[in-house]
Design a protein around this ligand. Structure first.
Ligand code: FE2
Ligand code: FE2
Length: 194
């Protein structure tokens, strides 16, 4: 792993590129991820950096996501085509090297998967995904329950509750469910049943 910039320097750069509310959200995810890293034995610095930079590609406008993804040879599936905003996760995973001098496969993967999840998520992937759901700025029905689980549940029980809640939200809004999200939740559930 190599972090060419200090955490503070990354923060300064990010603050210049994101609107204020998203920057504050990013710092919230970073701090929440650091807490979860401590609880679940994940390297704290990776969690902090991945949390801080997870939304770094939100500096691009929604209508530019497809072009930015193509520029980086990122495959665009049917669901991403219909909801280009999802691409910010994959573009962000590339962007950390381009702008923030982060060369770290674990951090890259955690950012790649922070929105829809994925198969065989690592503890770092899970922590970033979950921190994004519960950082202090989040406010939706059910968030308090998830915050409680972050303090006392096992990593997989916490994630299962998070995915179940997130899938219900997305369905209630009438949106598409990304196949990777179904995969991630099924995997957690199958582990429990077995
Ligand atoms: Fe995001
Ligand atoms: Fe986010």
């Amino acid at each position: 792993m190599s972090f060419g910039m200090s955490y503070e320097a990354m923060k300064e750069e990010l603050a210049k590129r994101l609107k204020r509310s998203r920057f504050i959200h990013s710092v919230g995810v970073s701090e929440t991820a650091a807490f979860l890293a401590g609880r679940f034995g994940v390297e704290e610095q990776k969690a902090r950096v991945a949390g801080l930079l997870h939304d770094c590609a939100r500096e691009f406008r929604n209508e530019d996501m497809i072009a930015e993804a193509q520029k980086r040879k990122i495959a665009i599936g049917a669901v991403e085509q219909a909801m280009p905003l999802l691409l910010h996760a994959y573009i962000g995973a590339k962007r950390i090297r381009e702008i923030y001098q982060v060369e770290d496969k674990d951090v890259e993967q955690a950012i790649w998967r922070h929105t829809v999840g994925g198969p065989q998520m690592t503890a770092l992937d899970k922590i970033i995904w979950f921190a994004d759901m519960i950082e202090p700025g989040r406010d939706y029905p059910g968030v308090e329950n998830l915050r409680q689980l972050a303090k006392e549940a096992s990593l997989d029980d916490m994630m299962l509750a998070g995915f179940s809640q997130s899938i219900q939200f997305v369905v209630a809004k009438g949106h598409l469910i990304h196949p990777d999200t179904v995969l991630a939740r099924n995997e957690l559930l199958l582990k429990k049943i077995r």
